[in-house]
Design a protein around this ligand. Structure first.
Ligand code: HEM
Length: 404
């Protein structure tokens, strides 16, 4: 596995648009991000890699040990909207927990969340690309995440797994996400239950144990890392690409992620209050840990293969080059993405023009505009997977690991 050195971090930081922050954070050191930069403004300063989600972790361990996973999955299936009643027939402590877990944090601001919803709608194309091909593929070079995803139950069916993860992004981006008629609060409750189940199950996998650095997966630090590979990365990329965002838009976009992190069980003392604090945290926790693993390489291959197989004229070479354009040469080389120089040239010229046209900066659609729209459609068809009833793939609690 290529280990990343100081020069590597700098090159990678530059590719991801994080150079100055990354160099400030070198060498990767003990947790030193100050809780003064958090939404709470204060905190214990405990390293979040030692913080999990104690209450729901204990409850889900007991659900699994008592063979209640199928019953719980059946009970939670009809609960979709934020204002749907709590399911009946759940173990009492899970019921009590879920009743509590729908409460918005005191610092949530509905005005900002509504603005975030509108922002997500206006910028959905870029976000779709950045989350799908940027964050989605970056997750494969985050070793802890790649190994957890690969060796958990869902790792054996990445299309289904990716479709469920897209549900999260889709529900978060929905206009009503946090309103009673939206679905995000319920989706994040379910995700939190899944993560708790994985914390109980993965340490029983001989395969995961043989390769994992940590003893219990999905700590608060790991979740923050994922936020930076998606939300923080999206913020940076949109700025780099010249996507228009007002200060209020940027703040609202961050706020929807802050509330999302809270609902995923991240303690408020770790949730960055500003984009500056988020980028500083990202430089500490994300950039230095990026590395390729056999699991990550295989996951990337599966994910890109699924998109390329949707036959809309988007070739695998084009896809490879779009990932390379978004994540940089170093990550693309780690993942051994075959070069396609003609596609690379099309993207280098066409993507800035595509954005300029969409942002209303040039009046006429540039040549090659359709290729990016086709790529968007291929991504949606491969992963969004919305059924005829308009519902996304339901999130269910796993009861086993990947069998091998
Ligand atoms: C499951 C989202 C962080 C590992 C899920 C699911 C969603 C999700 C929506 C349910 C879909 C499914 O069951 O496949 C998120 C978000 C995160 C985050 C939004 C942070 C912002 C992490 C991290 C790890 C991780 C940091 C590991 C280090 C997993 C695993 C599953 C899962 C192993 C279960 C897959 C299975 O069913 O076997 N996550 N996740 N997640 N997540 Fe996360």
């Amino acid at each position: 596995m290529p280990q990343i050195n100081r020069r590597g971090v700098l090159t990678l930081g530059a590719a991801l648009g994080l150079t100055s922050a990354a160099s400030a954070a070198l060498p990767p050191a003990a947790w030193s991000w100050s809780p003064a930069g958090s939404v709470l403004g204060t905190g214990s300063g405990v390293d979040p890699q030692w913080v999990w989600d104690d209450t729901i972790d204990r409850i889900m361990a007991s659900v699994i040990q008592n063979g209640q996973v199928p019953a719980v999955n059946e009970a939670i299936l009809p609960r979709v909207d934020n204002n749907d009643p709590l399911p009946t027939g759940l173990p009492p402590e899970l019921s009590a927990y879920l009743g509590d877990a729908v409460k918005m944090p005191a610092w949530a601001d509905m005005t900002k969340l509504r603005r975030a919803a509108d922002f997500n709608r206006r910028k959905d194309t870029y976000l779709f690309f950045i989350y799908g091909l940027g964050g989605g593929i970056m997750s494969t070079v985050i070793p802890r995440e790649a190994k957890s995803v690969y060796w958990s139950k869902g790792g054996a069916d990445m299309q289904d797994r990716a479709a469920k993860t897209f549900s999260f992004g889709y529900d978060l981006s929905d206009l009503n996400a946090f309103e009673p008629s939206g679905q995000f609060v319920v989706t994040s409750n379910k995700t939190r239950m899944v993560h708790a189940a994985v914390r109980h199950l993965l340490p029983q996998s001989p395969y995961w144990k043989a390769v994992a650095e940590e003893q219990i997966p999905i700590s608060n630090a790991d979740i923050l890392v994922t936020f930076h590979s998606t939300g923080t990365f999206a913020h940076k990329k949109m700025k780099d690409w010249g996507v228009r965002m007002s200060a209020a838009d940027e703040e609202a976009f961050l706020h929807s992620w802050q509330v999302a992190l809270h609902f995923l069980g991240v303690r408020d003392e770790y949730i960055p209050a500003t984009w500056a604090a988020a980028h500083a945290q990202s430089a500490q926790v994300l950039t230095p840990i990026l590395a390729v693993t056999p699991e990550g390489r295989e996951l990337a291959e599966v994910l890109l293969g699924l998109t390329a197989q949707v036959d809309l004229g988007v070739t695998r070479g084009f896809l490879n080059e779009f990932v390379r354009y978004t994540l940089g040469n170093e990550i693309a080389d780690w993942l051994e993405l075959r070069r396609d120089y003609a596609s690379a040239a099309t993207i280098r010229v066409g993507w800035p023009a595509y954005i300029a046209f969409r942002e209303g900066l040039i009046p006429v659609a540039p040549a090659g505009f359709y290729v990016f729209d086709q790529l968007l459609r291929a991504l949606a068809m491969a992963f969004l997977n919305r059924g005829q009833d308009g519902q996304t793939t339901p999130i269910t609690i796993p009861d086993m690991n990947r069998p091998g």
